[in-house]
Design a protein around this ligand. Structure first.
Ligand SMILES: [Zn+2]
Length: 159
């Protein structure tokens, strides 16, 4: 008899746990919804063309292509940190190139044509560029090819 009560108690505990699980899912949905309401920086027409409509800077024209100052590249639209200057390298491809992102900052989506992988800001979904693998530029064998227009640069303060 005692065992039976214990069994019922166990079921109650387990069902409470699963309720909590559902609550977490609900919160996740809430976060997604908030994405539309988040505070975003106003964009110029040229910035909208790249960030919202997935345009591309003309090669060798972006303000950060040849910049190698120490600091952090953040999203033009939402200010989320995206890349560190330590991960930037010379690729001579005409766009800023990084072989790694700040963990969790960038989402990767396969293009409609199935050929390339688009990279977007994980926080605001703004278009950044494309990521390529296996080109052998660096040990990480990865090249995030990012439009300067999609980013802002925060110079590292001298310590
Ligand atoms: Zn963003």
């Amino acid at each position: 008899m005692k065992n039976k009560f214990y069994f019922i108690y166990l079921i109650l505990v387990l069902s409470t746990t699963s309720c909590n699980g559902q609550a977490t899912t609900k919160n996740d949905k809430q976060t997604t919804k908030n994405k539309k309401d988040m505070q975003l920086n106003p964009l110029t027409e040229a910035e909208k063309r790249v960030i919202l409509f997935k345009g591309t800077d003309r090669p060798f024209t972006g303000e950060f292509t040849d910049k190698f100052d120490r600091g952090t590249y953040i999203c033009r639209q939402c200010d989320a940190p995206l890349y560190r200057s330590d991960d930037k390298f010379h690729s001579n491809c005409g766009w800023p190139s990084f072989d790694d992102e700040i963990p969790g900052a960038v989402k990767k989506i396969r293009d409609a044509d199935g050929q390339r992988i688009e990279i977007i800001c994980a926080k605001c979904d703004g278009h950044l560029g494309h990521v390529f693998y296996g080109e052998g530029f660096t040990d990480k064998n990865t090249r995030h090819c990012v439009n300067s227009t999609s980013m802002k640069f925060i110079q590292k303060k001298v310590e």
